[in-house]
Ligand binder design. Structure first.
Ligand code: PMV
Length: 365
């Protein structure tokens, strides 16, 4: 049986930046995000067993067949008791050795005890490693898909019956990539630091139907980032702005949530822009400094603020660890923003996204 998981990316309103405990993936502060609907990772997964046959899948390759045959050679051992793993990873149609995926699978095997080899086929609906949090959707999809395969589950209800509640899956995803934990839920999700790694929590703060927001993701650059977020998180502590930021985060979270309760876009938007620029100030003043913003990014930020001031549209920006811009607004503003983008930046590609409902599991065969 092959299952397919569609897991969304998320855009942080209040940013997870810096770790209090790297090994436990305990964040230095609270964060809050909006789950997206269209920017998703699709991961197909099944156990590699003696019945492995990939002929029904369009990404099948001779190399995959050879690798899967190799993993069958462990003989009569039941799939979940294989000691040596021979996972087959197919990325965007090509068999691939992927360090991030194999590290995540090691973490999952250590945490859950499941050992069987997996066939995993994955692709994104958006360019990866350019600040659209492909690790969030990718790791969320990987965790759900692997646990479905290992436990024989075909739905979230099944997973829960097998001991894997959404909350447990969120924490497994967090261990693979911090922001991925928030992609297990739809709507708006908060990840609270609390007092210890064991008490940190990931929960839905508001469901998607509380407030549907538009997010136009402006693809300023599709290049891979120069410094990965794992490395950059560690540098956060060296910025003089980091300590004051951390002490103010709980208050900022409350201000954002208050604006969200009131569905007050202007108030939320003002907080979003200040927060994004604050995170980039920390990144830029670390030792050594990192700069994710290109001159095209900063030109667009000025354009957004000028357009807002001139009454062309009412939208506010946020940016994760990359050069691309998320332009957030009430849904009713979206046509005006798209018209302005087409008039003033005809060559700029963008993805139309909005508040999403969270991951879904489908059975393929
Ligand atoms: O999950 P990571 O380790 O890739 O960190 C992502 C951090 C930001 O996207 C910049 C902010 C966030 O809260 O998602």
């Amino acid at each position: 049986m092959m299952i397919e998981v569609k897991a969304p990316s998320n855009i942080a309103f209040l940013k997870y930046w810096g770790k209090a405990d790297r090994k436990a993936q305990w964040p230095a502060g609270d964060s809050l995000s909006m789950t997206l609907q269209n920017a998703v990772t699709m991961t197909r997964c099944k156990l590699i067993s003696s019945a492995f046959d990939d002929s029904n899948y369009k990404f099948s390759e001779t190399e995959i067949r050879q690798k899967s045959k190799h993993s069958e050679s462990t003989g009569s051992t039941p799939p979940n008791q294989h000691e040596a793993h021979s996972d087959v990873i197919v990325f965007d149609g090509q068999p691939k050795e992927d360090k991030k995926i194999s590290t995540a699978l090691s973490i999952l095997r250590r945490q859950t005890g499941y050992q069987a080899s997996l066939y995993l086929e994955t692709k994104n609906t958006f360019p990866k490693s350019c600040g659209i949090a492909s690790s969030a959707s990718g790791m969320a999809a990987l965790v759900i898909a692997s646990l479905c395969a290992w436990t024989g589950s075909t739905s979230f209800d099944d997973l829960e019956k097998n001991g894997f509640t959404k909350n447990r899956l969120a924490h497994l995803a967090r261990l693979c990539s911090g922001s991925a934990g928030r992609s297990l839920y739809g709507g708006y999700v908060e990840w609270l630091k609390k007092d210890s790694p064991a008490t940190q929590s990931i929960t839905c703060a508001f469901p998607a139907d509380h407030w549907q927001l538009s997010d136009l993701i402006l693809l300023v650059s599709k290049d891979e980032k120069s410094v990965g977020s794992t490395e950059a998180h560690d540098l956060a502590w060296s910025s003089p702005f980091f300590a004051p930021r951390i002490s103010y985060l709980p208050e900022k979270l409350q201000l954002m949530k208050r604006a969200m309760v009131a569905r007050d876009m202007e108030n939320l938007g003002t907080l979003l822009e200040a927060e994004a620029l604050e995170m980039h100030s920390v990144i830029m003043t670390a030792t050594p400094p990192v700069n994710y913003l290109t001159k095209n990014t900063t030109a667009l930020l000025s354009w957004i603020r000028e357009s807002r001031k001139a009454g062309v549209f009412q939208a506010w920006f946020t940016i994760d660890a990359g050069p691309n811009i998320h332009l957030l607004s009430d849904m009713s503003e979206k046509p005006k923003i798209i018209a302005a983008l087409k008039a003033d930046h005809p060559d700029l590609e963008f993805i139309e996204d909005q508040t999403g409902n969270g991951p879904v599991i489908n059975i393929l065969v």
